[in-house]
Design a protein around this ligand. Structure first.
Ligand SMILES: *Cc1c(COP(=O)(O)O)cnc(C)c1O
Length: 497
């Protein structure tokens, strides 16, 4: 069966998986979605004996039906290899009575590696399949982690260039150093004088700019996206939820068919949407708990059915979740609107013009699988400190937001299902916030002294990704205003401004 994809804003046109991956964003500004979510065609009993790579194939072949077995396996094996510091790729660690799915064992120590280590392979394979001869320019907005993971994935990949925009004062020290020290002739990194939403809206506007598309085309370029609006990022994220359930089963933590709940620290709504897709594929997930930081626009949405981005943007200690426009939510809105592209487009237009929309009661009913929660800065710190004191386990700030929300939900709802928490970053990436949560006096130390101290405290060896930036040269110093992103892109590509 050939699974086709549609834009969330257009009911007519369909494209293949490889075309959707190549385009990134649909021409009408919508996001590509499969016309239906495929079911797993293997049983959990089969899956529990599979490696990560085998699980990846079992899941992805259901979505990327125009890839041959050879092509897909080549992409998978090129992605999930010794770039990861563990053979199991995504280890499950029991912390207290919660299972942490550690998604940060890749090259850049955040969960973005799970998808961005395979996206370049999916994209170059898609380009070949569709006889694309132009050079592909990956334009990416980042709240800190996507940028580095995309740079690492695309550095020196033939036929591609990558340009990353990040909010100048909106990322951690380690995140910034990781990006500005990136090697590779085809990489560019730009700090914008604005926040992540500005960066993301700016990149989206460039994608929708027909004039720019023409100019680039004449110079031999075409755009694609490494953001989670690209379906080639979302699908690889479904894999680890299937894998986690199968491993819980293999380890006899659950019995086959037993329902679990999953908590995901959420920003752009990509990771939790992948868990929702996993549920629809057949993984017994009862509740999807969406955890926000103080930018709790999603929590309010799940409470009230009203999405309202008109509020103060808060810089928190979990910067990768400092987002007010969660772009992947559009895929869920489209689904609960009964795949009504017109209705979805109307709501998104309202978001664009008024910054707010409200779903109908009927749509809200279809959100019963979701629960929203949030953690304040103080609750986040407390969670890191208390977990460390009671178990010795040190978690990062984003994961702590989820761990807090999961626990609060359990207390309030009396839900006793086994709990899986998506653990999205290594504590090393946010060393200052993590260490000062444990003891405020650490704030006096400089960044790398803190990192050495974290090694002692956690007993976890300093990852290669951190050692790499300790003495690395700064290679990228570009900055730009929010309204100058177009000119910046043209200058980088050597297209007449
Ligand atoms: C990107 C990111 C998130 C948010 O994930 P979304 O898919 O954007 O919801 C959470 N934690 C970390 C560490 C991240 O890098």
């Amino acid at each position: 069966m050939n699974l086709l994809y549609k834009s969330t804003r257009n009911a007519e046109k369909t494209v293949t998986a490889s075309e959707a991956i190549l385009k990134g964003l649909a021409e009408d500004g919508g996001l590509f979605v499969p016309v239906e979510i495929p079911k797993l065609d293997v049983t959990m009993d089969d899956l529990k004996d599979m490696s990560y790579q085998e699980t990846a194939y079992a899941v992805m072949k259901q979505f990327f039906t125009d890839f041959t077995e050879e092509e897909l396996k080549h992409c998978i094996n090129s992605a999930y290899d010794e770039k990861f510091d563990t053979e199991v790729i995504a280890p499950l660690v029991k912390v207290g009575n919660t299972y942490h799915l550690e998604l940060f064992h890749g090259a850049t120590i955040a969960f973005k590696d799970m998808a961005l280590s395979i996206l370049p392979h999916l994209l170059t394979t898609s380009a070949k399949k569709n006889h694309v001869t132009k050079e592909i320019v990956i334009l990416t907005a980042t709240s800190g982690d996507t940028g580095k993971a995309a740079l690492a994935g695309f550095a020196d990949v033939p036929g591609t260039k990558i340009i990353v925009f990040y909010p100048k004062d909106g990322v951690s020290k380690v995140q910034e150093l990781q990006m500005v020290t990136q090697k590779g002739k085809n990489t560019s990194v730009v700090a914008i004088h604005g926040n992540f939403d500005n960066a993301q809206s700016g990149v989206k506007a460039l994608f929708e700019d027909k004039e720019l598309e023409q100019e680039l085309s004449q110079s031999g370029y075409q755009f694609s996206s490494a953001n989670s609006i690209n379906i080639g990022r979302l699908v690889p994220q479904v894999v680890y939820y299937v894998y986690a359930y199968a491993k819980l089963l293999e380890n006899e933590e659950i019995v086959n068919g037993e329902k679990i709940k999953v908590t995901v620290p959420t920003g752009n709504f990509g990771n939790i949407l992948a868990a929702y897709y996993a549920k629809q594929m057949g993984v017994p997930i009862a509740k999807l708990i969406c955890a926000s930081n103080e930018n709790k626009v999603l929590y309010d949405f799940f409470q009230t059915g009203k999405y309202d981005k008109n509020r103060e943007f808060v810089l928190t200690s979990s910067p990768s979740m400092d987002i007010l426009i969660s772009s992947n939510l559009e895929r869920l809105i489209y689904t609960i609107a009964g795949q009504d592209a017109q209705k979805n487009a109307e709501l998104m237009k309202k978001l664009n013009t008024e910054g707010v929309y409200e779903i109908t009661a009927e749509m809200k009913e279809k959100l019963a699988d979701f629960v929203g929660g949030y953690a304040t800065e103080e609750e986040t710190r407390e969670t890191i400190r208390d977990t460390y004191r009671s178990t010795g386990y040190v978690m990062d700030t984003h994961t702590a937001v989820a761990a807090h929300v999961c626990k609060a939900y359990q207390t309030n709802s009396k839900d006793t299902l086994k709990a899986l928490v998506a653990s999205t970053a290594s504590p090393y990436k946010f060393a200052r916030s993590v260490m000062t949560s444990i003891d405020a006096s650490y704030d006096a130390m400089d960044e790398f002294a803190l990192i050495d101290e974290l090694e002692k405290v956690s007993g976890v060896e300093i990852p290669k990704a951190i050692e790499e930036i300790r003495n690395a040269d700064i290679l990228h110093t570009k900055e730009c205003e929010v309204d100058k992103m177009k000119e910046t892109v043209k200058t980088i590509l050597g297209v007449e401004v």
